[in-house]
Design a binder for this molecule. Structure first.
Ligand code: CP3
Length: 348
């Protein structure tokens, strides 16, 4: 029996060097799209949006219909895990997420990770719907927050400037904090496994705040839990690529890549592409890292940066992406221009 050729994004994540550049964008669904704002206005709140499969599937598909990226990322949020752990969660206009800060580490650890994910069944239904309607060339990406980043939101109650609460809790009671990280790791494995069973073909672990930790804490709360998640996923789903995004990890990117066992790393805007080519690509696929502000600026700066990235990284397994998410001020026309630039043959 003949097997169908794998989708370009999955081939690149699997370590193949391709002639064309597969691409998708972090936060490719969102406020920069008028059609997103229209759907958003229909829902009572953002959490409801994430838990309504019909709407979440529609939002997942919006950027694909416009721009035909190689990857569709499930529409949801990393904070659905604290929500499933019964932490109060709201998204306030202009402020971002607001959670009722956890006062007591011991209180949360009583949760059974297997029971938690049941309340996220609508997310799996979204995955099934999207997968059923996706073209043969486009891959569906599932995701979750990595334990450290999710823990920062749980203890800070939202986005933080200096992480003083989560860090002081962790340093004061490292064993208690380990237990929270372990719980989050187990829930994340269950949650990503559910997404993969429902049809996700690759998954990304977002560790957006990996870069704020000193070395020993980085190893203990970023690398270690991520490694355990990858081991558990690989046991059941060996063919499903895992992308790690330890944003801000700097010179720790290499160790993160080696020790977690992820198939690909997503590099943030500050990682020099040459370093990524020389040090990271020999370990697997690299994804990234256009400055999201270049999608606002456009023009020659955008074209030059895209050309430069493909030139530097296109000689190995490479997925084009941003160094962080699409900014809400981004004109959709610039994403169209980016799509066209990426459709041109590479100059090497
Ligand atoms: O298109 C996609 O990438 C899929 C959906 C997605 C969202 N959030 C939707 C969203 C993904 C992958 C995320 C990940 C996420 N969420 C991260 C990791 C990536 C990163 O940005 O570092 C983090 C830290 C969060 C937590 C979160 N959710 C914050 C801090 C905010 C507020 C900031 C903002 O952009 O509004 C959100 C809200 C959120 N998540 C929106 C969207 C589309 C905006 C909600 C709205 O007001 O309509």
């Amino acid at each position: 029996m003949q097997t169908e050729p794998a989708k370009p994004l999955l081939r690149a994540l699997g370590g193949e060097k391709l002639l064309s550049t597969p691409w998708w964008l972090m936060r490719q669904a969102g406020r920069y799209l008028p059609e997103y704002r229209q759907v958003r206005a229909q829902a009572k709140d953002f959490v409801e949006l994430c838990l309504t499969p019909q709407l979440a599937a529609e939002l997942t598909m919006q950027p694909i219909r416009r721009f035909r990226m190689d990857g569709a990322i499930l529409f949801s949020d990393i904070l659905m895990v604290p929500y499933a752990l019964e932490q109060k969660l709201a998204f306030h206009e202009g402020v971002g997420p607001v959670l009722e800060p956890l006062e007591d580490l011991a209180a949360i650890i009583r949760f059974d990770p297997r029971g938690v994910v049941g309340s996220l069944d609508p997310v799996f239904e979204t995955v099934r719907r999207v997968r059923a309607g996706l073209g043969p060339q486009i891959a569906l990406i599932g995701f979750a927050g990595a334990p450290w980043t999710v823990a920062t939101y749980m203890l800070e109650g939202g986005t933080s400037r200096d992480f003083r609460r989560v860090k002081s809790s962790a340093y004061r009671d490292p064993a208690g904090f380990d237990a929270l990280i372990e719980l989050l790791s187990q829930v994340t494995v269950e949650y990503l496994s559910g997404q993969i069973r429902a049809g996700a073909e690759a998954v990304q672990l977002f560790d957006s705040w990996a870069g704020v930790l000193p070395e020993r804490a980085f190893v203990r709360w970023v690398i270690e839990p991520s490694r355990r998640i990858v081991v558990a996923l690989k046991e059941h789903f060996p063919g499903c690529p895992v992308i790690g995004f330890p944003r801000g990890a700097g010179v720790q990117y290499e160790r993160y890549f080696r020790e977690t066992g992820v198939d690909a790393v997503s590099i943030d805007t500050a990682v020099p592409p040459r370093y990524a080519r020389q040090t990271l690509q020999p370990l697997g696929a690299v994804q990234g890292n256009l400055d999201p502000a270049l999608l606002i600026a456009g023009g020659a700066a955008l074209a030059e940066a895209v050309r430069g990235l493909r030139h530097e990284l296109g000689g190995g397994p490479y997925v084009f992406n941003l160094g962080h998410g699409v900014l809400p001020e981004t004109p959709p026309e610039q994403v169209q221009i980016l799509a066209r630039l990426l459709g041109e043959p590479m100059d090497c």
